[in-house]
Design a protein around this ligand. Sequence first.
Ligand SMILES: [Zn+2]
Length: 142
Amino acid sequence: MIKYKLTCKDCDNSFDSWFSSSDEYEKLKKKNFLNCDNCNSLNVEKTLMSPSVFTSKSNIKINAEEKKYQVVKKKMLEYQKFIKNNFSNVGENFAYRARSIHYENKKISKGIYGSATKEELKELKEEGIETEMIPWIKDSTN
Ligand SMILES: [Zn+2]
């Protein structure tokens, strides 16, 4: 059984309702069987799930979400590793180094990566220096 908190968009009433599964909620919603216990409006939506979840089935679902996150995180860490191996870390000198490569037509064997402020990136872009922002996970093992 899953308990959902439902809110009515018409009268702001919120109430709890039990469903055998999240599929059942979707089914009832589609069939317009879900209505507000205050004004009978069909304009009800589920809000955050109450923490009362009893089936092992929903635990599996939570684990699946967690797994998905872990997979993404692993991919990002692999990507970071690739960058670390193939690009030179210039740290906070990123904007300066990017400019010097661009304007002095420096031939570089490796690309660079580092940190830059949003303002710096904007300026670089205006000067026609293309950079790419990537999400970066602080890797404590490194
Ligand atoms: Zn209502």
